[in-house]
Design a protein around this ligand. Structure first.
Ligand code: AMP
Length: 205
């Protein structure tokens, strides 16, 4: 197993479409998508970790770093053991982690970041509209209330956005997040496919 997982990070504000794009990429052979938020949402709400997640996420806040990274490590290890994620042949697509500078430093031990795909959304109100729509569709407590959505944005601006500065500038690829999922996907693939070709052999070949 490579000592650090070869990874691209999907980066962007709440509502920028990281999860949607990550899910689509994850369907393509040779990519493995892991969303930290999805892992949290899959926890049993009555477990200690499930309760901690609910406590923080329902306020629009980040779950403490130690708990988060430990859970992420256990999860990625389990996916590897189950051969769902194959580090030799799959490019890891992470969404929602690292979410602050401290997490980025811890994650450096585990991942080799080949690119940071920054989904840029200049129109904050448009993103907030998207989140409200999603809340109705997915029954998400953290997107159901206007004050919680705004708190998520504040946390993004104060804690998460500075994570970009943690990575070398030449790894950061800006993509316009406004547009249909298909348009955004087209732009993503233009950036991501060459990276996969450069680092991995054809997964079906
Ligand atoms: P997301 O689906 O990525 O928007 O995540 C939903 C919620 O899960 C966030 O608002 C946080 O409460 C929590 N969460 C997800 N990823 C992280 C992370 N890397 N660090 C801390 N909390 C996280």
């Amino acid at each position: 197993m490579p000592n650090r997982f070869r990874t691209i990070l999907l980066f962007g504000a709440p509502g920028s479409g990281k999860g949607t794009q990550g899910k689509i990429l994850g369907q393509i052979p040779g990519f493995y998508h892991l969303s930290c938020g999805e892992v949290f949402r899959s926890l049993d709400i009555h477990s200690d970790l499930g309760k901690t997640f609910y406590e923080f996420s329902s306020r629009g806040e980040l779950v403490p770093d130690d708990v988060t990274v430990r859970m992420w490590e256990q999860n990625i290890r389990a996916q590897t053991v189950l051969s769902r994620y194959k580090p030799h042949s799959d490019l890891l697509v992470l969404d929602g982690i690292p979410r602050n500078e401290h997490q980025a430093r811890i994650m450096d031990k585990h991942i080799k970041v080949l690119a940071v795909i920054h989904l840029v959304c200049p129109d904050k109100e448009e993103m907030i509209k998207r989140l409200r729509k999603r809340a109705l569709k997915e029954n998400r407590a953290d997107d159901a209330r206007e004050d919680v959505i705004r708190r998520r944005w504040d946390v993004y601006e104060k804690e998460t956005y500075p994570v970009l500065a943690h990575y070398p500038k030449d790894l950061i690829q800006q993509i316009d997040a406004v547009g249909s999922p298909a348009e955004v996907l087209q732009h993503m693939l233009e950036r991501v496919v060459p990276i996969q070709n450069q680092h991995f052999s054809n997964p079906l070949g």
